[in-house]
Ligand binder design. Sequence first.
Ligand SMILES: [Zn+2]
Length: 323
Amino acid sequence: MTAISKKLLHWSVAAAASALLISCAEPTTNRDMVADDPAACRDNALAVQILGSGGPIADDHRGGAGNIVWVDGKARIMVDAGPGSFIRYGEAGVDFKDHDAILLTHFHGDHVGGLPGILNSGSFAKRTEPLLIAGPEGSTSFPSTSEFLGALVGKDGALRYLSSYLDNNPALPMLTIRDIETSRDDMQTVLRKDGLETDAIAVKHLEVPSLSYVVRIKGKRLLFSGDQSFLSETFEKATGNGQPDIMIMHNAISMADGQPRGLHRDGASIGEAAQKAGTKKLVLSHHMQRALNDREAIMGSIRQSYNGPIEFADDLSCFPVIE
Ligand SMILES: [Zn+2]
């Protein structure tokens, strides 16, 4: 080896070592946002656990949208299954056998990108009960829930090796798929089972067929807003003074001038929706980095209308409703 190449080798080893030091100091995943004991949320009689608290852009270091309703140790409802919620699903100790339903709000990738992994994982779970998967009907630009699942695990789907989910093979639980109308302005019944009631409410998310969900159990009311714009009058009509015990809402846009306003509510609109619903607690999730950078202004805007407790969710945050 020549002196020059020795010098180059020494330089590249030193550069690699310093890069390693830098990467150790700057974690690529934000582990401090993850709860200390993520599997403890199930110990509550009733709780909402956020699996993924992030948005559609990877720069927020959070999983995509995903939520669990824990009832007496069982993850009975999952709302959305965004990318990253797959790993949080395991960390939270969720068992695929315990779901009464997986509820999808709409077919943007940050809300359903983790579903293939969760269905794949579920194929190992020895579940014997049919599983309800409910979501919106389709449009020219978006699939219906049955179209989406057919394209995923149907006999000609991308993951056709899992097609026994849909072809009545007893080796895997059948999926019961429900396409929910998005042009109605009333609450639509989704599920009634063992004291748990779930209804869907159509919401406006620009041109995307979209739903929010209400879950009622043990005398409590949980409200998952989904993604929605300030034009979602159906949501405000259907939830007006419903006094949910907890309302999960997105935190996607900053209050700065020039921010897009079409797909999501801004802080002022979130505050109005929370106040009209009369929620006892507002949880902000589905954070985008631009909104996290503008937290004070967003809080100020929400506070113009809503005076109740507000919490910012991280991945695996647990919100007990009945301890
Ligand atoms: Zn969306």
